[in-house]
Design a protein around this ligand. Structure first.
Ligand code: NDP
Ligand code: PYC
Length: 339
């Protein structure tokens, strides 16, 4: 048997939708979740592509996700949108709040969207990229489960707490970065464990607080932040912005609420959108053009922009489709077989 299965993006979409519907997810939820998995697979983000079908199926079966949640949108203030996800996945809640977030950002120059009571398993770049493609500057943060030790400690406090940023560019894909404040996303360590591969010894500690190259031991111990005390402070910032600021759980509270089920994190996400025209009026276009000199200076010395790899993978996948490891494909097919 070949060790990978080639799928077109339509086949990936169909696989994701069918699998999610098989485990009982309502059509609107399944549609939104499938699209984010297709985007991850298409853009070469293996840890947040169809691998997440295993994670989502487990979360659904464990009862941690409301299968037919309908997000409720409210407006706490002129520049604020709140979406209560009702315990469903974050993707549908974001889709429900996005039009009002964009309208408020254009009306006020800045607006924020708080997603509450959502389950989050995904990458954040689809959200900031969509806002930047609509001409807005965007920032998104979400906590997860307490898996990550603060710099100077060895016991988990933070989630893997990603930060994503998007910037609009005329005639080019938006400038986007999106990374965990841990040394690496947990999904990447899980993929190493599945493949039986060792991890670098600076990704985390085993349960006794010793640096380890054993993926399973680090998953059971504590991950490290990136960049020492700097990543640690950013991880704390994410906890605060998408936790107490919006009345949601911290990563430690999310893990406690999970009660050992091993489901995806449940809590909040904060998304901020800024409209360049709100700050600059008619000068916005000229100022955005000036920003291009920053990108040109990066690329002129052979460095690449964040997301350049992703956009290149996207262009390739749209023509060639994607390769899904055969063992993963078999595990996904098996989800349907046990229902
Ligand atoms: P990486 O460490 O792989 O870094 C990702 C970012 O850095 C991307 O924007 C990437 O661009 C860019 N990048 C990587 N290498 C370079 C380079 N040499 N030069 C310039 N830019 C570069 O990601 P993580 O493992 O930290 O996170 C992966 C994903 O996991 C994220 O999408 C994140 O949202 C998700 N995640 C989600 C969580 C949740 O709770 N929902 C929790 C934690 C992580 P490119 O893509 O083009 O390589
Ligand atoms: O990969 O760290 C991760 C992650 C946590 C929640 C979703 N992805």
């Amino acid at each position: 048997m070949s060790d990978a299965v080639r799928l077109t993006l339509d086949e990936v979409r169909d696989l994701a939708r069918r699998t999610l519907r098989t485990v009982g997810l309502a059509p609107a939820q399944a549609e939104a979740v499938a699209e984010t998995m297709v985007a991850g697979e298409r853009d070469g983000c293996a840890s947040h592509g169809v691998y997440r079908l295993l994670v989502a199926a487990h979360s659904l079966r464990s009862g941690a996700v409301a299968r037919d949640a309908v997000p409720r949108v409210s407006e706490p203030a002129a520049a604020l949108v709140r979406v209560d996800g009702g315990g469903g996945f974050a993707q549908l809640a974001f889709a429900a709040g996005r039009p009002l977030l964009e309208a408020k950002a254009r009306a006020n120059g800045i607006a924020a969207l708080a997603l509450t009571d959502v389950v989050h398993f995904a990458a954040l770049w689809p959200e900031v990229e969509a806002l930047a493609a609509a001409g807005l500057v965007a920032l998104a943060v979400t906590p997860s489960h307490a898996w990550v030790a603060p710099a100077g400690g060895t016991r988990p406090v933070f989630g893997t707490n990603p930060i994503a940023f998007g910037w609009p560019r005329a005639g080019a894909h938006p400038f986007v970065f999106d990374f965990a404040t841990s040394a690496v996303a947990r999904g990447e360590i899980e993929l190493h464990r599945r493949a039986g591969r060792a991890i670098p010894d600076d990704w985390g500690y085993d349960a006794d607080g010793r640096p380890s190259t054993d993926a399973a031991a680090v998953l059971a111990g504590a991950m490290r932040t990136f960049g020492g005390h700097k990543g640690s402070a950013l991880a704390a910032m994410v906890e605060l912005l998408a936790g107490p600021l919006i009345g949601e759980m911290t990563s430690a509270e999310s893990l406690a609420a999970d009660a050992g089920r091993g489901a995806s994190p449940r809590g909040g996400e904060l998304i901020v959108a800024l409209d360049p025209a709100g700050f600059l009026g008619a000068a916005a276009g000229a100022q955005l053009a000036r920003a291009e000199t920053v990108f040109a200076a990066i690329e002129a010395q052979g460095a690449r922009l964040p997301s350049a790899r992703r956009y290149a993978a996207r262009a390739r996948s749209e023509i060639e489709g994607v390769l899904v490891p055969a063992a993963l494909y078999a595990d996904i097919i098996a989800i349907g077989e046990v229902e």
